[in-house]
Design a protein. Structure first.
Length: 559
C-alpha cells in the first residue's frame, strides 16, 4: 500500500508533465506560406493634436480613386479617425473597413512608452481585415473586395467618458440597382461597435443574397501567452469551437446556430456577432499568404423591387477580459476558455480580481488567493500530514514485516493490512487529500498562464510581468532549457528550495528507492517551472511555505 501511495504521487506528477507537453502552448506556430511575408511594421504613433483642423489633415486623407473594377463613380477614399477613451481607430470608406485599431490601455511591452497594441496587422495587399456586405449574384465581386462608399461627415469622431454614442454612416453607389448603407455606432465606455447594414433594391427584379461577414488576420510567428489560443473560433450550438487550421489545404465548414465568430490572438480578440439569432454557416481557411480567413454566412433573404432589408451585427475589438466581454452579451465571454477546469477557474479568477480591486497588485492578490485556498483545504492537508506522521511511527514495524515475509508477498500484504487496522491508520490518507487539490492547481495553471489580468502586471523588484518567466538580469547568451530572455530565475530557485525543505520534513518512506525518488522531485519541478509564468511560480512558492508551516506545527506537536 505504501508503494501505491508513492505511485499515486508519481502518476500525478506524470499527469502534470503530460498536460504541459500535449496541451501547453508551442513556442512557435508554423504557418505555411508560398512566399515570404514580412510582419507589418508598426505604424508610428501619431502625436496628440488638440485642434480639429490638424486632426482632419492627419486622419482624413484623400487617396487616388480605386480601379474601375471595384467602383463605378468618382468618390475618393477617405480615412476617418474614431477616438474614444478605450481605443483609437481609423476607418476607411473603401470597403468600408478598419485600417487601424489601437488599444489605449495596452502596450506591446511593459514599458509605458512602448507602442500601443494594434489589432489590425494587415498590409494593403492582404485585403480587408473586416468586411460586411450583402453578397448576391448582382454584386458578388463587390461583396468580396469592397467598394468606395460616400461618408456622411468628414471630421474625426472624438468621444470622452460620459458622451453619448456617435455614428459613422457610409452609403454605396447604386451598382446594378443595389444601394447599401452601413452605419457604425460607437460607445465611449465599450469596445463594442454596433453595425447596421441596410440594402435598398432600386432595380426592377427581386434580388436574393446574404449579409455575409468576413474577417482576416495574419497569425504571429510566436505565441506570447502561455496558454492563449491563437486562431479562428466561434460559438456553435452553444459549444466553443477553436478552429485549428494548419495549412492552406484545409477548408473547414461548420453549420448550425452561430452566436459569434472571431479571431483570437494571445490576449486579444476581434469578433463579429450577429444580432439576429438563427442558423448560419461558417467557413474557415488559410490563404496561400498565410492569412487566416473566417466567413459567417447567415440565411439568405429576398428583396423585392423598391424594398429594403437590413441586418445588424455587433463588433468587438479588444482584450479577452471577462468584464468587457460580458458587456457585449451573446455569450462572448465564452471566448475566455479554461478547458475542463473552467468550472473551478472562473470563480478563482473572479476572486483574484476582487482582491486586486483593493490591493492594486496582482502579485499580492495571488498571495492572498493562495492563503484562501490553503485555508479551504486546511482540514484535508491537516489529515494528510497527520496520517503521514502516524505512518512514520509504524516504519520500524513495517520494516520487520518486510524482512520476515520478503519471500511471501501475499502474507506480507495481509500482515500490513492487519497493522494498519490495529493502529487505525489509512495508508492512502496522506495521498488522497493531495490528489483532490490537483484540479485546483490545474485551474490556477490555466488562469495564471492565460488571463489578460496578469499580462504585464508587476509584482515587486525584478518581477515586472507576472505572465512571463521571472528573470533577474538579462544575459547576452542562451542558457539550455531556459526560454529567452536568459537570466537568474530567482523565484523558481526559491520555489525549488522550499520544495526540497518540505520533502526533508516529510517522513521518509521505508523503501530507500522511494525516498530517493521523492527527493528528486524538487529538482525536477524546478526545471519544469523555470519557463512557467512567474505568477504561477509565486503561487507554488507561497503554497510551499504555508505547507512547511503546517507540517512543522503537526510534526512538532506531542503525540
Amino acid at each position: 500500500m505504501e508503494k501505491r501511495t508513492i505511485l499515486a504521487f508519481v502518476l500525478s506528477f506524470a499527469l502534470l508533465i503530460g498536460w504541459s507537453m500535449f496541451f501547453g502552448p508551442k513556442q512557435e506556430q508554423t504557418i505555411v506560406k508560398e512566399k515570404t511575408v514580412e510582419q507589418p511594421k508598426a505604424e508610428k504613433e501619431p502625436a496628440d493634436v488638440s485642434r480639429d483642423e490638424e486632426r482632419s489633415r492627419e486622419y482624413i486623407e484623400t487617396a487616388k480613386p480605386l480601379p474601375e473594377k471595384t467602383q463605378s463613380w468618382s468618390v475618393q477614399e477617405k480615412k476617418i479617425l474614431v477616438d474614444t477613451p478605450l481605443y483609437r481607430a481609423v476607418f476607411t470608406n473603401a470597403g468600408p473597413t478598419i485600417k487601424s485599431f489601437k488599444l489605449k490601455k495596452y502596450h506591446k511591452t511593459t514599458d509605458p512608452a512602448s507602442p500601443l497594441i494594434e489589432l489590425v496587422n494587415l498590409e494593403k495587399e492582404f485585403g480587408n481585415p473586416l468586411l460586411v456586405n450583402f453578397d448576391s449574384q448582382h454584386n458578388a465581386y463587390r461583396a468580396r473586395t469592397g467598394t468606395v462608399y460616400e461618408v456622411k461627415g468628414d471630421r474625426p469622431i472624438e468621444m470622452k467618458q460620459g458622451d453619448s454614442p456617435k455614428s459613422l454612416v457610409f452609403t454605396s453607389p447604386a451598382l446594378n440597382g443595389i444601394v447599401t448603407t452601413q452605419t457604425f455606432h460607437f460607445y465611449p465606455d465599450q469596445y463594442r461597435i454596433d453595425l447596421n447594414v441596410e440594402v435598398f433594391n432600386q432595380s426592377e427584379k427581386t434580388i436574393t443574397g446574404a449579409f455575409n461577414a468576413n474577417i482576416r488576420a495574419l497569425p504571429p510567428e510566436e505565441k506570447k501567452g502561455y496558454y492563449s489560443y491563437v486562431g479562428l473560433a466561434l460559438l456553435l450550438n452553444d459549444e466553443l469551437e477553436e478552429v485549428e487550421i494548419e495549412d492552406n489545404s484545409d477548408n473547414i465548414t461548420l453549420k448550425g446556430r452561430i452566436d459569434w465568430m472571431a479571431y483570437e490572438d494571445d490576449y486579444f480578440i476581434s469578433a463579429v456577432i450577429p444580432e439576429t439569432e438563427g442558423k448560419g454557416s461558417f467557413n474557415g481557411q488559410m490563404l496561400s499568404s498565410g492569412l487566416l480567413e473566417g466567413t459567417y454566412i447567415p440565411p439568405q433573404v429576398s428583396i423585392k423591387p423598391l424594398e429594403k432589408s437590413s441586418f445588424a451585427y455587433a463588433l468587438y475589438l479588444g482584450p479577452r477580459d471577462l468584464s468587457s466581454l460580458k458587456k457585449v452579451q451573446k455569450k462572448l465571454d465564452r471566448a475566455v476558455n479554461f478547458g475542463w477546469t473552467d468550472i473551478i477557474a472562473r470563480p478563482l479568477l473572479y476572486t483574484l480580481r476582487f482582491f486586486n480591486q483593493y490591493i492594486n497588485n496582482y502579485g499580492v492578490s495571488i498571495i492572498l488567493l493562495t492563503i484562501l485556498i490553503k485555508i479551504l483545504f486546511w482540514p484535508l492537508t491537516h489529515k494528510s500530514y497527520k496520517s503521514m506522521k502516524e505512518m512514520q511511527k509504524l516504519q520500524p514495524r513495517m520494516a520487520k514485516l518486510r524482512e520476515k515475509y520478503k519471500d511471501n508477498k501475499e502474507q506480507l500484504n495481509k500482515e500490513m493490512m492487519g497493522l494498519y487496522k490495529t493502529y487505525k491508520v489509512n495508508p492512502m490518507g496522506g495521498c488522497l487529500p493531495m490528489l483532490i487539490q490537483i484540479p485546483v492547481f490545474f485551474a490556477l495553471f490555466r488562469i495564471l498562464g492565460a488571463a489578460i489580468e496578469l499580462r504585464h502586471a508587476p509584482f515587486a523588484l525584478w518581477i515586472t510581468d507576472l505572465s512571463a518567466p521571472d528573470r533577474l538580469f538579462n544575459f547576452p547568451f542562451k542558457i539550455p532549457f531556459m526560454s529567452p530572455p536568459s537570466g537568474i530565475p530567482v523565484l523558481t530557485l526559491l520555489m525549488g528550495a522550499s520544495m526540497f525543505l518540505q520533502q526533508k520534513m516529510t517522513p521518509t518512506p521505508g523503501d530507500p528507492t522511494q525516498a530517493k525518488i521523492m527527493m528528486l522531485l524538487p529538482i525536477i519541478f524546478t526545471f519544469m517551472f523555470i519557463n512557467f509564468p512567474s505568477g504561477l511560480v509565486l503561487y507554488w512558492l507561497v503554497n510551499n511555505i504555508l505547507s512547511i508551516g503546517q507540517q512543522y506545527r503537526i510534526y512538532k506537536r506531542p503525540a
